[in-house]
Design a binder for this molecule. Structure first.
Ligand SMILES: [Zn+2]
Length: 345
């Protein structure tokens, strides 16, 4: 393993001040550099003591949870209120897999933008979804990407994302994934491609395989496995309780079998149950894929908790994140891993 080329850097910054009770104290902040992105993020340990509004218990379901009658993703109106796929590329108007239904996003973000529903249940509390519904929903996304890639091979910047509840950017509570493919790379696609290519040129290795090898040898951020997926707390998190699932050696969502999607779904649900135990109800998920190119990034799903969806909860991105670009979380990733492990048993 080319240890010297993947640097897991931490530096401690201390902040001396006089506490209101008269004691001289030193705040501790750890600045970590991500071996994957080269970006820094911060862990402000003292802020863990700050009372975070709305996390003393799991918030009540949102008001929309009872309003399936007004939801465009609920039956029977879903067939009337959602768009249909482009017949030039797709043999069906909407893709069906088990209970999962996939159709174009009415508000597209790029050339190909679709929504994949988990099923008919209008509201599903975090951590309570059925693993089969998640598996079918992922497979529906993969089939959509496969069909359009066959018809438009330039649309090679692909992603599957999820915004669970409005605090994470979701506009409808009805559980769904977004699936994207575009001819134009996003920042993260472009950035990841460059880092993987540079790493391969320097070492001959694969970035996420080498990252995983380091983490397995270290052990302090390892959470567990589901099949071939390895789950870790991110070394330099850019979100609260950030967890990665890495599938070493696999570079394309177009070639995964049902078992791999099922194992991914299990890890996602374990993560959700962990977040639920922290009284968190909002999160984002992202799985990026670039099936073309000489060096293709391996598959890595990123999951992070967002501010709770509840009244009067503050946003988790302050002026520090938005204006300075360093995410500041409050919990050491090693502590995140320790607390998450029981959910993988
Ligand atoms: Zn609904």
């Amino acid at each position: 393993m080319p240890e010297e080329t993947l640097r897991f850097e931490k530096q401690l910054v201390t902040a001396p001040y006089i506490h209101p009770d008269g004691r001289a104290v030193e705040g501790r902040i750890e600045v970590r550099t991500s071996p994957v992105t080269g970006r820094t993020s911060r862990i402000a340990f003292n802020r863990a003591k700050e009372k975070e509004a709305g996390t003393d218990r799991l918030p009540d379901p949102p008001p929309d949870a009872q309003r399936g009658d007004r939801c465009p993703f609920c039956h029977p109106q879903v067939h009337r209120m959602t768009p249909r796929l482009d017949p030039a590329l797709f043999p069906e108007e909407r893709l069906v897999r088990g209970e999962s239904l996939l159709f174009p996003n009415l508000f597209p973000y790029g050339r190909y933008s679709a929504v994949s529903l988990f099923g008919r249940r209008h509201f599903v509390e975090i951590g309570t979804a059925d693993v089969g519904s998640y598996t079918d929903c992922f497979i529906n996304c993969a089939r959509y990407l496969e069909i359009l890639y066959r018809g438009d091979a330039q649309a090679r910047y692909m992603a599957i994302t999820q915004n669970h509840l409005p605090s994470a950017g979701g506009s409808l509570v009805h559980p769904h994934l977004q699936v994207h493919a575009d001819r134009v790379a996003t920042n993260f696609h472009r950035f990841l491609q460059k880092r993987c290519t540079d790493h391969h040129r320097r070492t001959g290795g694969r970035l996420f395989s080498d990252y995983l090898a380091h983490e397995r040898a270290d052990g302090s951020r390892v959470i567990g496995r589901t099949g071939q997926w390895h789950w870790l707390a991110a070394f330099a998190p850019e979100g609260f309780y950030e967890i990665w699932g890495i599938l070493p050696g696999a570079c394309s969502v177009l070639t995964l079998d049902r078992q791999a999607w099922h194992d991914l779904a299990r890890g996602v649900l374990n993560t959700q149950r962990f977040y639920r135990s922290l009284c968190r109800n909002g999160y984002n998920l992202g799985l990026l894929c670039q099936p073309a190119g000489v060096v293709k990034p391996e598959l890595r799903v990123v999951i992070l908790a967002r501010s709770n969806y509840a009244a009067w909860v503050r946003n988790d991105h302050t002026g520090y994140e938005v204006m300075l670009g360093d995410m500041t979380t409050f919990t050491a990733p090693e502590e995140t891993a320790r607390r998450a492990r029981p959910f993988w048993k």
